[in-house]
Design a binder for this molecule. Structure first.
Ligand SMILES: Cc1ncc(COP(=O)(O)O)c(C=O)c1O
Length: 431
């Protein structure tokens, strides 16, 4: 089966071969014009300066429909969608309900190729290396279970990798007799050489794969994926990168990092509909990788072999397009700088309080929006409960390895007012 040709023809007819984006591509014309006006006002500013232009970010905040009474500072878990994305999803959903099999399989199915192109544009890879699916878990488990590994082959991973991925590896350990080597990390770490060394010391002649979490969910620690990949490749070891927290959060590109496999979720930092993600497999590795769900040509080198998933939510998938347009309108670098600014805004105000411990770096190379703090004498659950009971601030408690605290994750719609309330609460707890 050739998974690609009919769609390519369709695209050519529609003239959608290239990834297109601008504020104008957001559906609501009034909103698009207003956004364009706001963007014009900050055009002359560097991303760092634009990060502090509260007028612009107030407009972005109004683009969301978030609660006015609950302050959500757990955007690292899953993020809300701007209204344009919700509208697109609802429009597609209504269309599908007019005649599901017709609109889903004959109309919206054709929209997958432009989405693939947009994602490849953001990821910095070839669209032929991207398979769209539901989330990082599906992406990375497809990769972990699809690799050809033999008894005795070694996998290097860290104690701070995500539980779903660790569990997949442990299942392969039980089933296939592969050997897992866990390295330890400190939180935070601020020296590439030291981090790379931790991984390198675990490499042996039997190591086949190194599994790297690009941004560690427990603390927001960014790992030097490019340097670890280079060290692994020198020894012929392949690299899987968990990009759940970095995609559309910090700027990078997969060609530059040079990893072999990658997975991410789009309902986190891209603010796409819930249940969207993708996997990347380097072109020359596609043919030898097994799919999770069978298809008529498992040895095909067409990335679409990973998309034979049966019936799924097409409105959800198509909503990714508008999330991409919204993200591009803000600008990736501007967004990254705003997120870092928000984290530094609150964290700087509490970092020197005697009882407060930060598990996250201030160095932009090693952190962005996610930041975890602990308070001496308080359990993570108690800190979390205090924030919610007294301030209706929603966060997530972290109790993992050496990290005992609460993770705070603002997003582009978070206001300084929200963060001032967080700072006030932390000061009360630390007093
Ligand atoms: C590092 C990391 N990997 C993978 C995942 C799984 O993401 P999802 O639930 O979207 O599959 C998460 C979720 O928070 C994560 O933090």
């Amino acid at each position: 089966m050739d998974y690609s040709e009919p769609r390519r023809d369709f695209l050519k007819k529609l003239g959608l071969a290239g990834a297109t984006f601008s504020a104008a591509s957001l559906m609501d014309p009034v909103y698009a014009a207003e956004l364009k006006g706001e963007l014009k006002k900050i055009k002359h500013l560097s991303p760092e300066d634009a990060a502090q232009d509260e007028g612009f970010w107030r407009f972005i905040q109004q683009s969301y429909t978030v609660s006015a009474t609950l302050t959500n500072l757990n955007n690292g878990g899953v993020s809300p969608q701007p209204k344009v994305v919700q509208d697109a999803f609802e429009r597609f959903n209504r269309l599908c309900n007019e005649a599901p099999s017709y609109y889903m399989w004959r109309v919206l199915d054709k929209g997958r190729e432009p989405i693939r192109q947009k994602l490849a544009h953001l990821a910095g890879c070839d669209p032929e290396e991207i398979a769209i699916n539901r989330n990082t878990t599906e992406a990375l488990e497809t990769i972990i279970f699809g690799l050809n590994l033999e008894e005795g082959d070694e996998i290097v991973l860290s104690k701070y990798d995500y539980p779903n991925m660790m569990n997949s590896w442990k299942q392969r350990e039980k089933r296939d007799g592969i050997v897992l080597k866990f390295i330890d990390l400190d939180m935070p770490m601020e020296d590439d050489k030291v981090i790379v060394k931790r991984y390198e010391t675990a490499f042996t002649s039997k190591t086949k794969i190194v599994h790297i979490t690009h941004m560690i969910n427990y603390t927001g620690q960014i790992l030097p994926a490019k340097a670890i990949t280079a060290a692994a490749h020198k020894k012929g070891i392949e690299v899987i990168l968990d990009g759940a927290h970095t995609f559309a959060h910090i700027e990078y590109n997969l060609k530059d990092i040079n990893c072999d496999y990658f997975g991410t979720s789009l309902h986190k930092w891209l603010c796409a509909p819930f249940g969207t993600g993708f996997m990347f497999v380097r072109k020359e590795k596609i043919a030898s990788m097994w799919t999770m769900f069978s298809n008529d040509n498992p040895k095909s080198d067409d990335i679409r072999k990973f998309e034979v998933l049966g019936t799924r939510s097409f409105p959800t998938e198509q909503g990714i397009g508008k999330a991409f347009d919204f993200h591009q309108s803000i600008g990736g670098k501007r967004k990254e700088e705003r997120l870092r600014y928000l984290k530094n805004y609150w964290a700087n105000q509490v970092k020197d309080l005697p009882k407060v411990k930060l598990y996250t770096s201030f160095d932009p190379k090693y952190s962005c929006a996610l930041c975890t703090f602990g308070i001496e004498g308080m359990e993570p659950g108690d800190i979390n409960a205090y924030l919610f009971d007294k301030y209706k601030i929603h966060t997530t408690p972290i109790n993992h390895e050496a990290v005992h605290g609460v993770r705070v994750t603002p997003h582009v719609y978070t206001t300084l007012y929200d963060l001032d309330r967080l700072v006030k609460a932390i000061k009360e707890m630390a007093a």
